[in-house]
Ligand binder design. Structure first.
Ligand code: B12
Ligand code: SF4
Ligand code: SF4
Length: 325
């Protein structure tokens, strides 16, 4: 009775805040957990120790968050400014998910408003948890279980209507609600396509659905900026300051998105070759997710790109070095 009353209030609230959403109640362990453990044993997580530390908690909701029974998943599309200009030659670029307000903050605000709506109906002892990204959950696997999409060969969740240009967040409740899921599409989103695997500038995919994070530009520019243990930075190219979108740009499921050159908002690009500290500070104020990386590291990465470009255009260098991206 309580569950259906909460659902009546929750549904319009979630519709208002998210592009799509689902509710899982007492979900079973995620079927991909065994694969996740195998992935860790191969060392593909690199320095992301938190994945190892929380590995057993990632098996199921009850392992990760004992006592929590409802997992409310929300999908937030990227900031539209991420698509208002085509990639701009010569400028430094950030991945589209990082455009605008940090998505962790966007989730906290959106779920915060949902909670305001439903909290009069929740029991007093309820302790809601908002978990965007940093939670001990295999989010894509739960989202797939709820029918919000299927994983593509690029390892990202592809939603039937939204492609993969979105982030996933969750709200956990101890109160059992009613499930709201969509039957998992039988259709494999990829079929014989392998564009993402072919387009990856660092060949970070060992195989379809299998990414070695240590080789991924997103890891190298965000999680491990400034280090060059094994010479990987040479393959970073001169396009990305923070993150990388190549395996999403080529995906046919993202074609419908207004990612063409309509509009002319260049806020995703850093328009100077040698940005000063105050340039970078201002840039980071617009794009909150960049605060995950120390300012000094961002400046070092910008310097690195600038150096690559100078080397590539130096006459004694012989043949012009072309960007791998
Ligand atoms: C660690 C991490 C990273 C690492 C590793 C990425 C990775 N693929 O694992 C790095 C730093 C490289 C990274 C990069 C990016 N990330 Co990230 N990342 C995460 C995080 C925190 C954990 C992911 C994880 O568990 N990886 C471990 C490995 C084992 O999992 P996996 O590769 O996803 O493998 C799964 C499937 O492929 C499947 N599987 C594997 N093999 C097979 C084989 C078959 C046959 C089948 C059916 C299934 C299958 O099972 C696996 C286990 O779930 C999640 C948030 C979260 N809490 O889940 C965000 C998350 C996955 N990242 C996200 C984003 C946006 C990105 C970037 C696009 C950011 C950018 N633009 O730079 C890139 C994309 C790179 C890519 N192609 O994945 C979003 C993805 C949204 C979506 N649409 O799917 C998430 C969900 C964050 C969020 N809350 O929105 N990320
Ligand atoms: S984000 Fe870039 S580097 Fe990482 S897997 Fe995708 S294309 Fe490769
Ligand atoms: S580019 Fe092709 S293979 Fe890669 S995720 Fe998209 S549909 Fe699948």
């Amino acid at each position: 009775m309580r569950a259906s009353r909460i659902m009546e209030t929750l549904a319009p609230s979630m519709d208002r805040e998210f592009a799509d959403w689902a509710v899982l109640v007492d979900p079973p362990p995620v079927p991909e957990w065994e694969f996740f453990m195998e992935w860790l044993s191969r060392g593909y997580q690199g320095t992301l120790e938190y994945l190892e530390r929380t590995a057993s908690r990632r098996r199921s909701l009850s392992d990760g968050y004992p006592g929590y029974r409802s997992l409310i998943l929300g999908i937030l599309p990227y900031d539209p400014r991420a698509f208002s200009s085509a990639p701009s030659q010569g400028r430094l670029e950030i991945a589209r998910y990082a455009v605008g307000e940090d998505y962790h903050v966007r989730f906290e605000k959106a779920f915060g408003r949902v909670l305001q709506d439903i909290s009069p109906l929740l029991p007093e002892e309820e302790k809601p948890l908002i978990k965007p990204d940093h939670g001990s959950l295999l989010e894509k696997s739960f989202a797939q279980m709820a029918g919000l999409g299927r994983m593509g060969k690029n390892t990202l969740l592809i939603h039937p209507g939204l492609g993969s240009w979105f982030t996933i967040g969750s709200l956990l409740l101890k109160t059992p609600l009613l499930e709201k899921t969509v039957p998992l599409s039988e259709r494999d989103p990829c079929g014989p396509c392998s564009r993402c695997l072919d387009a990856c500038p660092t060949q970070a995919f060992e195989a379809p659905y299998l990414l070695d994070a240590r080789q991924c530009l997103s890891y190298l520019t965000i999680e491990r900026p400034g280090e060059d243990g094994d010479g990987l930075r040479k393959s970073l190219g001169d396009r990305w300051l923070f993150g990388c979108d190549r395996c999403q740009e080529v995906c046919p499921h993202n074609r419908e998105h207004p990612s063409s050159d309509s509009g002319n908002d260049l806020s995703r690009f850093l328009s100077v070759d040698d940005p000063t500290e105050s340039d970078m500070r201002a840039f980071r104020t617009v794009h909150g997710a960049l605060s995950r990386v120390p300012l000094r590291r961002l400046l070092e990465r910008a310097e690195e790109v600038s150096r690559f470009r100078k080397e590539a255009s130096a006459p004694e260098h012989g043949e012009k070095r072309s960007s791998p991206i």
